[in-house]
Design a protein around this ligand. Structure first.
Ligand SMILES: Cc1cc2nc3c(=O)[nH]c(=O)nc-3n(C[C@H](O)[C@H](O)[C@H](O)COP(=O)(O)OP(=O)(O)OC[C@H]3O[C@@H](n4cnc5c(N)ncnc54)[C@H](O)[C@@H]3O)c2cc1C
Length: 451
């Protein structure tokens, strides 16, 4: 079966783009964290929407499952083969890398699913505009992956998540049919809105082949403050204060002391501000230099123990590294248990207290940081003693505090057993019915978003 399918897929995409060699398959079989791993029957790399359609039609005819993979930077095991079950075909979007010219009138661009966030940003900036979404895996993470996970990142406070940036989509269903439109109309009310349906569906309803994306003004003048505050409550006060005053606020991130110590060690640098109970990285971007208004807001907030403020340049890049390189420094220290949760900002303090107590009891080292405005914390546990029990307790805690078990990374396979904490039985039944309608055989990303 494998040989005949490989032959059929080679007819669709060309022999060079069907990979069956075990050594070459390895990088597609393990996720970025190293926690999730399975066996692929083969990897196929379609180069157009028609080829994606051809691949899915052939796989469906042979009853072989498909796992879609973009940059493989996902953190919940959704983009690699499951550890159990039949080996699927991994559909890599890497060759769907066409990036159209920027439409400056509409402030939009069309990008293939395999275009990276960094390429999207560079294309926009070449035209004097900018991409509204940014996060640390930008050089590898793809448009298709960001749409599928409804990715967030540091600029959500200003521009919203990936879902808000997609004004058109072209996607291929499990039976090979192509749906959606890339016309990019800002207003259209004509039944199902494909971007809304597919953003956040984690590759379970369709393979995204291309997207029409919103662009935003490029605020070239930036300023950054790394601020030491007493504790999380003081960080939340600072959030409210600067949000109400700074039109140019572009991101506001929370870093707790263990994360700050780890990234400092990884960078081989001293933390630029004094010891404290919490750190906040505030970034402003504007057409005119925002450094003075940022410094003034920080100073007048009354919440600050110590601060380092810088306009753009090497000093600012240095400050940003203390947030941007945390995930990388955690990965360098070991294979972490990663929990991406959100709670109302007023409950962040309690979330951290209870998560700390859980990890102290069950074993491990908690490294916490996140996106302050959305109450979104990344709770990473290095050397997790009882990973299952820690996950269970922390996800239940977040839910009890009025939050969610996944803010931006998605459910994948990692959190599928806990989906019932945030979705009612009726929600889950309706979601199953939608999936049944699109993909009754569960050809696409089986095991993701449901158990
Ligand atoms: C250092 C680091 C920092 C990160 N920071 C953030 C952050 O701040 N915010 C954030 O949201 N995430 C963050 N992430 C997580 C990750 O980068 C995002 O989830 C990203 O959107 C995944 O994109 P990808 O192309 O790597 O997708 P993959 O990992 O390849 O896939 C992720 C999921 O999307 C599906 N998928 C991929 N492409 C398609 C497609 N074309 N059609 C349908 N389904 C598809 C996959 O099947 C899988 O379920 C970070 C990761 C790392 C390693």
């Amino acid at each position: 079966m494998r040989d005949s399918l490989a032959g059929e897929l080679a007819d669709v995409v060309g022999r060079a783009h069907v990979i069956t060699d075990r050594d070459r398959l390895a990088t597609f079989e393990t996720d970025w964290t190293g926690r999730f791993q399975g066996t692929a029957a083969m990897v196929v790399r379609p180069g157009s929407t028609d080829e994606v359609s051809g691949v899915l039609t052939r796989c469906k005819a042979q009853g072989v499952g498909v796992v879609t993979q973009g940059g493989n930077t996902g953190l919940v095991g959704g983009g690699v083969p499951r550890p159990d079950g039949d080996a699927p075909v991994v559909l890599s979007t890497i060759r769907l890398d066409e990036l159209g010219g920027v439409d400056c009138d509409a402030m939009q661009v069309t990008a293939g699913a395999g275009v990276t966030l960094a390429a999207w940003q560079a294309q926009a900036r070449d035209a004097g505009l900018d991409a509204p979404v940014d996060f640390a895996s930008r050089e590898s993470a793809t448009i298709g992956g960001a749409v599928a996970t409804n990715a967030g990142g540091s600029r959500v406070v200003r521009f919203g998540t990936m879902r808000s940036q997609v004004v058109g989509i072209e996607a291929v269903l499990a039976d090979g049919s192509v749906v959606g439109s890339l016309s990019g109309l800002a207003k259209e009310t004509a039944g199902i809105h494909w971007p809304s349906l597919l953003a956040g569906s984690e590759g379970t309803l369709a393979v995204v082949a291309a997207a029409r994306l919103r662009l935003v003004p490029w605020y070239r003048r930036t300023a950054t403050a790394l601020v030491a505050v007493d504790d999380i409550a003081a960080a939340v006060s600072l959030l409210a204060y600067v949000r109400a005053r700074l039109d140019s606020l572009d991101s506001i991130e929370l870093v707790l002391p263990a994360a700050m110590a780890l990234v400092a060690e990884h960078l081989g640098a001293d933390v630029p501000v004094g010891d404290s109970g919490a750190y906040v990285l505030v970034e402003c971007a504007a057409h005119d230099d925002p450094v003075d208004e940022l410094a003034a807001a920080i100073e007048s907030s009354g919440a600050v123990l110590d601060a380092a403020v810088s306009a753009e340049g090497p000093r600012r890049d240095h400050l940003v590294a203390f947030r941007d390189r945390i995930t990388e420094s955690i990965a360098a220290a070991g294979v972490p248990l990663k929990l991406d949760v959100a709670v109302p900002v007023s409950r962040l303090d309690e979330l951290v207290r209870r998560a700390t107590a859980t990890v102290d009891e069950l074993g491990g080292r908690l490294i916490a940081f996140g996106h302050l405005a959305e109450g979104n914390l990344h709770l990473n546990v290095l050397g997790a003693g009882d990973a299952e029990a820690i996950t269970d307790t922390v996800l239940r805690t977040a839910t009890e505090l009025g939050g969610t078990i996944s803010a931006e990374h998605g459910i994948g396979i990692a959190k599928a057993p806990w989906l019932g904490l945030v979705r009612s039985a009726a929600d889950l039944a309706a979601a199953r019915a939608v999936r049944d309608a699109f993909d009754p055989q569960r050809m696409l990303n089986a095991g993701v978003l449901e158990t």
